[in-house]
Ligand binder design. Structure first.
Ligand code: F6P
Length: 342
């Protein structure tokens, strides 16, 4: 048995831990051989491969990024994509493919498996934690830890200058990182894409915080949008995924807060710092277990499935279940945090 492995979409801490888990168990317990494909779906499309064996995965557990490289290439967008993938797999004698990715990468795996009969097993990844069918994706815990540390640090500098500090975190469609890091870091306002925010309300919270002699911290997800439709139309841009977004919402909000409250405000955009570097212990644990269970699914010929975390158990679900709909923050979870606003 020869198994292909690829990592697609935005990278995330823990990808190497998954690859190591797959290869270690596959070689040691089942005697399988592996072919690594470079840069997500681009690898099988362009027949770009990489040696993947025990020496190749030695020492990679704590390393961020992915030894296989990643891209957002979508093979279903080119007419002969499926044919080229089939030819590459046949040329290398690859019997099954383990696809480690988020919504887009796994969406392709679901179609290749369900419609074209190409045997795929999925592993969910994203720092955004917005994939359905799994309680958590690896990478999320690391990102929340990084954002929480940043918020802790922002508190002390905000207090010293009695300024508003706005911290923009990742999350295009879902506010999981903002909500978790905002709660963990004691933010005074948390803004998420799932609920449009009222700038006047944000300013009222900020002002009440100053009245209590504290400097406010506002955590805003990059995909959060103000209620005011006109502003969005004027400043909204299309991001690299084709979604309308208020570009630089953190910067924009800090300016609005200054203008409306007269208080000094600054913005910190955490950006890709949240995605880079070594994974947390939780993410190493989760990613390793996903890898071990993914190769088991291959052994069982359980194609079209994805490994998922339910409680502390790893289960298998149809890949399409994870990609059909994004997992967003439920209103009651967000409301729960509201007690700390202002
Ligand atoms: O991986 C998800 C994510 O981190 C989003 O939160 C973010 O908007 C996006 O990727 C940015 O990705 P890139 O800069 O690689 O296009």
């Amino acid at each position: 048995m020869r198994v292909g492995v690829l990592t697609g979409g935005g990278d995330c801490p823990g990808l190497n831990a998954v690859i190591r888990g797959i290869v270690r168990k596959g070689v040691q317990e089942y005697g399988y051989e592996f072919t690594g494909f470079r840069d997500g779906w681009r690898g099988p499309l362009d027949d770009d491969t990489l040696r993947l064996d025990i020496p190749a995965v030695r020492g990679i557990l704590p390393r961020g990024g992915t030894i296989l490289g990643s891209s957002r290439t979508n093979p279903l967008k080119s007419e002969d994509g499926v044919r080229r993938i089939r030819e590459t797999l046949a040329a290398h004698g690859v019997d099954a493919l383990i696809v480690i990715g988020g919504e887009d990468t796994l969406g392709v795996a679901a179609q290749l498996s369900d419609t074209h009969g190409i045997p795929c097993v999925g592993v969910p990844k994203t720092i955004d934690n917005d994939l359905s069918a799994t309680d958590y994706t690896f990478g999320f815990d690391t990102a929340v830890g990084i954002a929480t540390e940043a918020i802790d640090r922002l508190h002390t500098t905000a207090e010293s200058h009695m300024r508003v500090l706005v911290c923009e975190v990742m999350g295009r469609h879902a506010g999981w990182i903002a909500l978790h890091s905002g709660l963990a870091g004691g933010a005074n306002v948390i803004l998420i894409p799932e609920q449009r925010f009222d700038v006047d309300q944000v300013c009222a919270w900020v002002t009440s915080r100053f009245k209590a002699s504290y400097a406010p911290i506002v955590v805003v997800a990059e995909g959060a949008m103000p209620k005011d439709g006109d502003l969005v139309l004027k400043d909204g841009t299309l991001d690299s995924f084709g979604h309308v977004r208020l570009s630089g919402v953190g910067e924009w909000l800090a300016k609005e807060i200054e203008r409306r409250t007269g208080k000094e405000a600054r913005t910190t955009v955490l950006g890709h710092v949240q995605r880079g570097g070594t994974p947390s212990a939780f993410d190493r644990w989760l990613a390793t277990r996903f890898g071990l269970h993914a190769i088991e699914a291959v052994r069982d010929g359980d194609y079209g499935t994805m490994v998922a975390l339910r409680g502390t158990d790893i289960v298998r679900v149809p890949i399409s279940e994870a990609t059909a709909q994004l997992k967003t923050v439920r209103p009651e979870l967000y409301d729960e945090a509201g007690v700390f606003f202002g």
